[in-house]
Design a protein around this ligand. Structure first.
Ligand code: ZN
Length: 330
């Protein structure tokens, strides 16, 4: 690791900013099949996208052209599964700045925000490409995971007429990975690797605070009464922004599960049973099932929550089998 001061590093990398890199071309035009796959995977049933009759009667869009959900914007000009950009794409390196920071010892990277603006819908047959520009690098900042720089990238998504249909501002934190994980100096936990605490912001701080207070809180729309989880600012049924919470009893059934065996990534215990639990209150939550052998886990089995302090700063709603005969003896 070099000993450059933060000012030296910034002087070195600032000339690499504001370079617009692109185009990154699409492999395929916007197609009904891909829109269908997305909507089906996301559970998005908005009839505007794929229902031609609905579009003819209720919108100004062409009846015979499927409309792409705005959130698909990044997908159209994405690399293929082998990591190759579409034909005619640039080979310039957008991430020179990230590489330079890495060489200065800031090897960690975490995505911290993704702000999107949509200017128009794409329709079947449209063809997308995008450009990217690093538009900002912060001064050296100290955070809970280490010291580093916030780097903001602007992605401009263009159509076949070179008109902007969407844009995104993506911020990464490029940081020095601490040599010793937090807490490593405590004799009781030598070298223990902690779970990374999820970001707590305005939209979900109530959920994490609730867990610390010993409660699993589920959001309830103040207008239509629908419950929702995970936390989000708006009710997807009535678009209301008004909400309160109810306390879950923590009882439910396993909707589905998967058991992770390999690779064994700390800090999790293996085999690691991840479950989707349908809570009695009517929402689904992702969690970890503890105390049951993988072979004994069954879809539909009754489970109960056990609020567990997995580490000093984190309480999680883990689940165990409600029937004690399926629970492993410690
Ligand atoms: Zn509502």
């Amino acid at each position: 690791m070099s000993d450059s001061s933060a000012a030296d590093i910034l002087n070195k990398i600032k000339p690499l900013m504001h370079k617009r890199v692109g185009p990154y071309n699409s492999w395929n035009p916007v197609s009904r099949t891909q829109i269908w796959q997305w909507c089906s995977a996301m559970g998005d049933h908005n009839p505007l996208y794929l229902d031609d009759q609905y579009r003819a009667e209720h919108s100004e869009f062409a009846a015979d052209k499927a409309v792409a959900p705005p959130a698909m914007m990044q997908m159209w000009s994405m690399r293929d599964v082998n990591g190759h950009d579409g034909p005619g794409s640039t080979t310039d390196n957008l991430f020179e700045i990230l590489d330079a920071l890495e060489q200065e010892g800031y090897a960690g990277i975490m995505a911290v925000s993704y702000d999107q603006t949509f200017h128009r819908y794409l329709e079947e047959g449209d063809r997308a490409h995008h450009y990217s520009t690093i538009i900002n690098v912060s001064d050296l900042k100290t955070t809970g995971i280490g010291k580093g720089f916030f780097v903001t990238q602007l992605a401009e998504f263009m159509d076949q007429n070179d008109e902007l249909f969407a844009e995104a501002r993506i911020t990464y934190f490029k940081y020095q990975v601490p040599k010793k994980p937090a807490g490593a100096s405590k004799p009781s936990a030598p070298g223990k690797i902690n779970r990374i605490h999820p970001v707590e912001n305005h939209d979900h701080a109530h959920f994490w605070q609730g867990l610390r207070d010993g409660k699993l809180l589920i959001q309830k729309c103040d207008d239509c009464g629908e419950l929702r989880h995970p936390p989000q600012p708006m009710c997807e049924h009535c678009q209301s922004l008004r909400w309160s919470t109810i306390e879950s009893k923590g009882k439910g059934t396993v909707y589905t599960y998967t058991v992770m065996h390999y690779p064994e990534i700390p800090p999790f215990d293996y085999p690691n049973a991840i479950v989707l639990v349908d809570l009695e209150e009517g929402v689904r939550i992702v969690s970890q099932l503890i105390g049951t052998k993988p072979d004994d886990i069954k879809v539909g089995m009754s489970v109960e929550m056990k609020l567990t302090e997995v580490q000093e700063d984190m309480t999680l709603p883990l689940f165990h089998a409600a029937d004690p005969s399926t629970t492993e003896k410690p």
